[in-house]
Design a protein around this ligand. Structure first.
Ligand code: DX5
Ligand code: ZN
Length: 220
């Protein structure tokens, strides 16, 4: 079995048929469901909250990968975990005390991930590598699906991969933004383990099923 995982972002799903869309992605072989939470402050848009995570939890047993694009997320951590999040990722740019927040996530039995924006240096996160299960590299500026992958993310992924290896960390590297059939292999070769895709799954002309199959086979 490949250790490379595909996480389907429901931001581009037809939310009036969310259960069906998740099931179709799951049956095609998606590994995780990615939920993009935006607060209208850390990013301009407002999207989903714990009630949507709870709804996803009722339709799938796949891990729920919840990406908080929220200022000072500490007050919401428990709500998202109670709603069913299995992986909770928080932005270094949004947290006054990121170490405390990551520890808090872990203390509730949830995987803790740290996210960096495209203009944030990898060196800003090295000091918390000991308490992260996952590093999420944004390959677009957060706020919307459907943007183009920023090519300089590849070097950043390689750098983080080397930094994690140098301390024997088992943390996964996840990449989010503009992932598609054309670029997924090169992102994988740079050292990424988990690939988020919204447009390339839920808006693909191939349809959800074939889009997932194609992305997964491009990773083999
Ligand atoms: C962007 C979100 C992404 C987004 C990805 O702020 O964090 O997860 O849904 O969308 P695509 O795959 O279309 O770039
Ligand atoms: Zn995301």
């Amino acid at each position: 079995m490949s250790s490379k995982l595909l996480s389907a972002s429901i931001l581009s799903a037809d939310l009036s048929h969310l259960a069906d869309q998740i099931k179709e992605a799951e049956l095609a072989g998606v590994d995780w469901i990615h939920v993009d939470v935006m607060d209208g402050a850390f990013v301009p848009t407002i999207t989903m909250g714990p009630v949507i995570v709870e709804a996803c939890r009722r339709v799938t047993d796949l891990p729920l990968d919840v990406h908080l694009m929220v200022n000072n997320p500490s007050r919401h951590i428990v709500d998202f975990i109670n709603a069913g999040a299995n992986i909770l990722t928080i932005h270094i740019e949004a947290c006054p005390d990121i170490r405390a927040d990551l520890s808090n996530i872990r203390s509730h039995g949830c995987k803790a991930g740290i996210v960096l924006n495209p203009d944030t240096s990898p060196s800003t996160i090295n000091s918390v590598f000991d308490i992260v299960d996952l590093v999420l590299v944004m390959s677009v500026f957060p706020g919307a699906s459907g943007q183009s992958f920023l090519q300089n993310s590849l070097e950043k992924i390689s750098q983080i991969h080397r930094d994690l290896e140098s301390i024997n960390s088992k943390a996964q590297i996840e990449v989010d933004g503009g992932v598609n059939l054309e670029n997924i292999k090169s992102i994988s070769d740079a050292g990424a383990d988990v690939f988020v895709a919204a447009t390339a799954i839920f808006r693909s002309p191939l349809g959800i099923h074939n889009a997932v199959k194609s992305l997964k086979s491009a990773l083999k």
